[in-house]
Write a protein that binds this ligand. Sequence first.
Ligand code: CA
Length: 249
Amino acid sequence: MKFRVAGLSDVGRCRSLNQDRYLVDPTSGLYAVADGMGGHAAGEVASRMAIEALAQSMRREEGSSWDDPAEAGRCLEQALLEGNRKICESTEAHSEWRGMGTTIVAAVAVGNRLVIGHVGDSRAYLLRNGDLTQLTSDHSLVNEQVKMGLITSEEAQRHPHRNIVTRALGNQPRVAVDLLEETVQAGDLILLCSDGLNSMLDHAEIREALHSHRNVPQTACRALVDRANARGGEDNITVVVLSPDGANS
Ligand code: CA
């Protein structure tokens, strides 16, 4: 299955640096968003290293697309672990980068299936028949508390510690990657985003922006970024929107 796809990254209205990074590689069927963390521009280094390791490990030549979701999942996991290893090694060699890390969410197209891997709080969503579903489950302090029933998801959205992630690439030599698979169909939209989007817009607002612009991924990206900036743009905002071909209705 072919996808129409667009990506957009914006510094937002409060930060001077954009530490987010995204990848759109239709030849390899590979799409990703990474959100770097760390002072002295180290976050930028971490997100770039994770994306580069991913792109390199998952590269496919034209006409040799993925055909086995299980194999793609194994490769995706290894590619993310490779990024983790590279960031950890760089941190050892450069003391000024200590503490840097990055979240990442990546999707690989395998026929009409998407294999999604993630670490941290960058998200994947599915818009189908006008309904928006969050596919990934954040590795964040507030989401742990939501899952334990200590706070509601509405409280998590406004929580002062909502930015604290419990997993990231580059912080520990060992990290667990969450993998999931989704069958996609004409009319669906898949959104990958950094938390600069979903910390500014709630679920209904993301749904509405995607649904209103569902025919043109590029316009959908622009609408999401503009709305997050209109709400304050407190963080870098990055979005990738995928639309299975024939999804014009
Ligand atoms: Ca962020």
